[in-house]
Every structure is written in structure tokens, then in C-alpha cells.
Design a protein around this ligand. Structure first.
Ligand code: SAM
Length: 273
């Protein structure tokens, strides 16, 4: 243990993130081929389909949805914004929080055009793609804040940021494994975010399988704890969650574009005990 009770591995991860470049990260992961809406085997449409299904099965409901480690992205709440009255986005880095605020305030200067994402999710919802403007308005209405988070703290958000009962649902995508130096820290972080959720509330967790690094910008190589499905299931159990469903996507060869060494993606729907 070192400064502020954090171990050296966690401090080293925080140092890596100082070079994170939202524009580059969006370019690497959220443009074709990884976000090719004409292909059913593209990674982003797969993630959006998992989230759409999870949010429309009828068991996920309540007032407040919180996304943990949003980064500079919005795709992960495009389905949830239709179910929850209030959505909070969170990230560790101010550059990412700023990127999200620029989109929310609709004043231009964004590094990403989310229009094809909004159109795609409209279609998943049985609406016309042209209704994307209404979905964008809905998103801007229900996302009420973009707040700091640190999953390595026993209480990752500032006290008073959430109602005392906790959120009704958490989403978190590619965060815990890419900020943890090892499996034990990943499991601990999962326990920490679980404390933000009310008992019986749902966790929708998306993450990388078999990944040991990714680039957060040119030359910004960030280590990742390589996970397999069994480890994800064991960590969920240890952290007080009951697994409802685990789905796995295997990256086709042409999605391996040199910005990481990820081999697959998991999607988990779980419930807090
Ligand atoms: N959720 C986004 C997505 O699906 O693409 C971003 C994932 S990105 C791989 C990891 C995110 O974790 C970054 O936005 C980074 O700023 C954030 N992060 C870094 N350290 C963190 C910490 N200690 N607690 C919470 N989030 C952290």
C-alpha cells in the first residue's frame, strides 16, 4: 500500500491514463470496421443488440441508471435512456467528461458523430431511422450529469451523488479490466461499483476477453488484465452478483486492427444479491 491507501499497480494505471486521447480512442474503436452497421458480425452492432435486448426484456426498471467509466462514448446508454427517467454518466478523466458534455450541450466541437448509432438503435426499437433526432433529444433530457468516478475507491462516486438506496441499474463497458493491474483488483473494483447499486438492481457489464493492452492514443499503451469467461463469472459471484446471462463475441480476423490484442467480448446481465 502506498499513497492514499492505493497500491503501486493502481497508481501506475492512473499514470497511464494521463495520456488518454478521446479523439484517437473513438477513431480506433467506434468507426468501421468495428462500428460497421452494414455487418451483423461487427463488434459495435453486437454490443448494441445485447444492450437493446437486456433493456427491453422487462425485468430491468426503475428511476436511475448509472454508467461507470463512460469514457468519451454514449452508445452504452442509447437503449437504457428509453427505460430510465434519469441517467448519470461518469468517468475518471476530465477530458472524457468534457467530450460528453460537448455532445450534451449540442454546441459542436465533438470528436464523434453519434448519428449512425442513434439511427441503428431506433431501428432495433422498431422505429424509423429518421426518428434519431427525437432519440438524441431524449438522451439529452435524461442524462442529467457527467460525474467523476474512481472504481478503486470503496465508494467510487462522491457521497451524495446518488440516492442513499443506490442506483436501480448500472452499465459499465470496458472499464474494470482496463483500469485494473490484476484479477484481484478487478474483482475488488466490481465489489466497489456494486455498492452503488440497490439490492435487486441490475448490472450490465461489457468487457474484453483475453486482452493484455490497448492503445488509448498514439503511443499510449495501456495494460489490461486478460480475462476469461470463468474468471468473469467467479468475480461476479465473489462480488455479490447473481449471473442472469453471459454472451460472448469472438472477434473476426478483420476486426483485429492493431489498436489492442482483444480476442473476444463478453456481455453480462446480472443482479445484485
Ligand atoms: N466505456 C467506454 C467504452 O465502452 O468505450 C470507455 C472504456 S475505456 C477502455 C476505459 C475508461 O476507464 C476510460 O474512459 C478511463 O478514463 C476510465 N478510467 C480510468 N481509470 C479509472 C478509474 N480508476 N475508475 C473509473 N474509470 C477509470
Amino acid at each position: 500500500m502506498e499513497k492514499n491507501g492505493k497500491d503501486s499497480g493502481v497508481l501506475a494505471m492512473a499514470a497511464c491514463y494521463q495520456g488518454f486521447d478521446p479523439a484517437a480512442y473513438l477513431q480506433y474503436n467506434y468507426t468501421p470496421p468495428r462500428a460497421d452497421f452494414g455487418r451483423t458480425d461487427s463488434i459495435v452492432p453486437w454490443k448494441l443488440a445485447c444492450l437493446h435486448r437486456a433493456f427491453t426484456e422487462g425485468d430491468v426498471s426503475g428511476e436511475l441508471l448509472v454508467d461507470i467509466g463512460s469514457g468519451p462514448t454514449l452508445y452504452q446508454v442509447l437503449s437504457g435512456c428509453e427505460v430510465f427517467k434519469k441517467v448519470l454518466l461518469t468517468d475518471f478523466l476530465e477530458v472524457n467528461r468534457q467530450e460528453l458534455r460537448r455532445w450534451l450541450q449540442d454546441e459542436g466541437g465533438c470528436n464523434m458523430d453519434w448519428t449512425p448509432y442513434l439511427q441503428h438503435v431506433c431501428k432495433l426499437e422498431g422505429r424509423r431511422a429518421s426518428e434519431w433526432t427525437e432519440k438524441a433529444a431524449k438522451l439529452r433530457q435524461v442524462i442529467t450529469d457527467v460525474l467523476p468516478v474512481d472504481v478503486h475507491r470503496p465508494l467510487p462516486m462522491a457521497s451524495g451523488a446518488l440516492p442513499s438506496a443506490g442506483a436501480d441499474c448500472l452499465v459499465s463497458c470496458f472499464c474494470l479490466e482496463s483500469v485494473s493491474p490484476d484479477l484481484a483488483t478487478f474483482t475488488k473494483a466490481l465489489g466497489h461499483i456494486g455498492r452503488l447499486l440497490r439490492p435487486g438492481g441490475h448490472l450490465l457489464l461489457i468487457g474484453a476477453l483475453g486482452e493484455s493492452y490497448y492503445f488509448g492514443g498514439p503511443g499510449v499503451k495501456i495494460p489490461v488484465v486478460p480475462l476469461n469467461e470463468e474468471q468473469v463469472c467467479a468475480s461476479l459471484k465473489e462480488s455479490g452478483f447473481t449471473l442472469i446471462r453471459l454472451e460472448v463475441y469472438t472477434l473476426p480476423q478483420d476486426m483485429r486492427v492493431g489498436v489492442d490484442d482483444v480476442t473476444g467480448v463478453f456481455f453480462v446481465k446480472a443482479k445484485k444479491d
